[in-house]
Design a protein. Structure first.
Length: 398
């Protein structure tokens, strides 16, 4: 809820501005008040009248408006909110913010404020990927500006990739988390992620192709809803998200110990691709080629972390979510796996090479629970994570 929270919403000039109209509605539904500011370019996409009607407040548009300045000067306007939200945050607005320009009302407010700022970027994929935008993003993050999105998907310009503004409900969730009001505030959630490396000798190991992208996205989405996240990660390709407690491990055994140390938690999401076996007695010296033939590796079984946690008598998290990476008969195998492991939900996906899911940026999952199998459309891993996080929030708070 956002009761009595004041949000200054700066709407930039991009096609995604139409989503900001819905964003205003969603914020008002939750009891927030919205003071809208439109850039000149934004007025090409949405009208001041529709924005004002939805917000139930005056729209601010001009830096040099004498009436506005007399009623509430731009300095006061910039500081009277609990949070400033820039949605859509265009490449131009991000550039101005980074460079410290103040040549219109929106950029002047952003320069004059000491209120936290949350940006929801929206732009063409090439503009998002452009080194200038990526440089600006890094600088703004370093300056303390928070970001939600952009999402990956089909864009209004006909291209595909990252650059789509987050959906209004995702922005609402990020706003609630920023204001300490996320649905998962006060909840502690554990996420395992990435592959494990099982040593053969000091220089060789057994691994798998997990990039850690899905687990990382889940941890980020849970934190965005206000959860305290303990992120236990194997050696992943992607960096851990910000705002979570990171515990880095290498082997399944270390991951298992780190999970135990994180208990108790309200929910556990086990997204790691844990190696089922380790080399029974890894050599402490590099194995050398020998005339006696090839080395014979003997394996030992690793602890099944998900199964163990699901069966804990004391300290079992209220919700245990496992993942199932399958290559055939996905629903059948994953349903059986849910029974075997004893977890509440299984997020199943088809990782056959043809799907491009393992190591890719998209996922097509089936959520298996008591209620049966729920197929989600193929979408970005971030979106899968956000949908899963919202579902977890619902389960923990209902
Ligand atoms: N998992 C775990 N510890 C293990 C192995 C798996 O916690 N030692 C968890 C994974 O994080 C995932 C789920 O169990 O949430 C399913 O993992 P998967 O490797 O697909 O299951 P397996 O038990 O290995 O089943 P199979 O090899 O038959 O597919």
């Amino acid at each position: 809820m956002l009761a009595s929270k004041r949000i200054l919403l700066i709407i930039g000039g991009g096609i995604a501005a139409y989503k900001s109209l819905d964003l205003i509605r969603r914020l008002k539904e939750r009891g927030g008040s919205v003071t809208p500011v439109l850039t000149r370019a934004a007025e090409e996409f949405v009208t001041p009248l529709s924005v004002s009607a939805l917000a139930g407040e005056k729209v601010y548009r001009d830096l040099f408006d004498l009436t506005d300045e007399a009623e509430m000067g731009h300095i006061q306007l910039s500081r009277s909110a609990d949070l400033i939200v820039v949605a859509p945050a265009t490449a131009d607005l991000m550039g101005k913010m980074t460079g410290g320009l103040a040549n219109d009302l929106a950029s002047t407010l952003l320069m004059a404020t000491d209120t936290p700022v949350l940006c929801a970027p929206a732009m063409n994929v090439r503009m998002w990927d452009h080194p200038a935008t990526q440089r600006n993003l890094k600088q703004l993050q370093a300056d303390g500006v928070r970001f939600v999105g952009p999402n990956e998907g089909d864009m209004a310009c006909g291209e595909y990739g990252p650059g789509r503004m987050s959906e209004p409900l995702e922005i609402v969730a990020a706003i609630e988390a920023e204001l300490g009001n996320g649905p998962l505030s006060g909840k502690r959630v554990l996420v395992t992620s990435g592959p494990t490396h099982e040593p053969i000798d000091p220089v060789r190991y057994i691994a798998n192709r997990s990039s850690g992208a899905q687990g990382t996205a889940v941890a980020r989405a849970l934190a965005a809803l206000g959860a305290e996240v303990i992120f236990v990660t194997g050696p992943a390709d992607v960096p851990p998200p910000e705002g979570v407690q990171v515990v880095s491990v290498e082997t399944a055994k270390q991951m298992s110990d780190a999970v135990d140390a994180a208990l108790p938690v309200d929910a556990g999401v086990f997204a790691a691709a844990v190696a089922d076996w380790r080399v029974a007695s890894a050599s402490d010296k590099k194995l050398k080629k020998s005339r006696d033939g090839l080395p014979a590796l003997e394996f030992a079984e690793n602890p099944d972390i998900l199964k163990r946690i699901s069966h804990l008598e004391k300290c079992r998290p209220a919700l245990v979510v496992g993942f199932a990476a399958e290559t055939d008969n996905v629903i059948e195998h994953a349903t059986a796996k849910r029974g075997r492991k004893g977890c509440d939900w299984i997020v199943a996906n088809d990782v056959s090479p043809a799907t491009g899911i393992m190591g890719g940026s998209e996922n097509a999952v089936i959520l298996i629970s008591d209620a049966g199998a729920e197929e989600w459309p193929r979408m970005g891993k971030d979106q899968v994570a956000e949908r899963l996080a919202r579902k977890i929030a619902k389960a923990l708070t209902s």
